[in-house]
Design a protein around this ligand. Structure first.
Ligand SMILES: NC(=O)N[C@@H](O)C(=O)O
Ligand code: NI
Length: 174
């Protein structure tokens, strides 16, 4: 992980890391067609299946649903002033517009401090699946309006907690 910039009273600059399966493993899954995952040829050789890439958890009495999120681009520098989590179920974002985007996460458990935040720059061919309870920032599209296929939960119960992050984290550039 890159060295963290110095702490300040008002805000803390956050280092941006490239998204990889290994680095993201504490937070969930990376959804990408790579030789690092199990894949095999199907359809009489026409198609390669990159198999079972993410653990979709609909949670108790829930069902997995598919939605499309059309995100407006975020301006940089961006201040991370809040985080959220879905305690009952996973949530996956798969880019449909082929553009890079930002992923901000912190480990499940206690409300994150700015020092707990990890920022990843995802390529336009990489999706992410947040494991249940993993703290994350809501969708952070960049540059232009971008669509994302979202796999998450419908069902009873409370499934979204939000917390403030103070001092905020600053994403200066990508
Ligand atoms: N609120 C909602 O459905 N979106 C967030 O969960 C998000 O992670 O973007
Ligand atoms: Ni969410």
């Amino acid at each position: 992980m890159p060295p963290r910039p110095a702490m300040s009273d008002t805000a803390r600059a956050l280092a941006v890391e490239p998204l990889s399966r290994a680095a993201f493993a504490p937070f969930g899954d990376v959804i990408e067609a790579s030789d690092a995952v199990r894949h095999f040829t199907i359809n009489a050789g026409n198609t390669e299946r990159y198999h079972d890439l993410a653990q979709v958890e609909p949670g108790p009495e829930g069902r997995a649903i598919l939605s499309i999120f059309r995100g407006q681009p975020r301006a940089l520098p961006f201040a991370v002033t809040m985080m959220e989590r879905h305690p009952l179920a996973s949530q996956a974002f798969i880019p449909m517009s082929g553009k890079p985007y930002l992923v901000v996460v912190a480990p499940a458990g206690a409300a994150p401090a700015v020092a707990d935040l990890r920022v990843f720059l995802a390529r336009g061919d990489q999706g992410v699946n947040y494991a249940p309870g993993v703290w994350h920032h809501p969708l952070l599209a960049l540059d232009t309006v971008c669509d994302f296929l979202v796999v998450d939960r419908a069902g009873p119960g409370h499934n979204c907690d939000e917390v403030a992050v103070a001092p905020p984290g600053l994403i200066l550039s990508v």
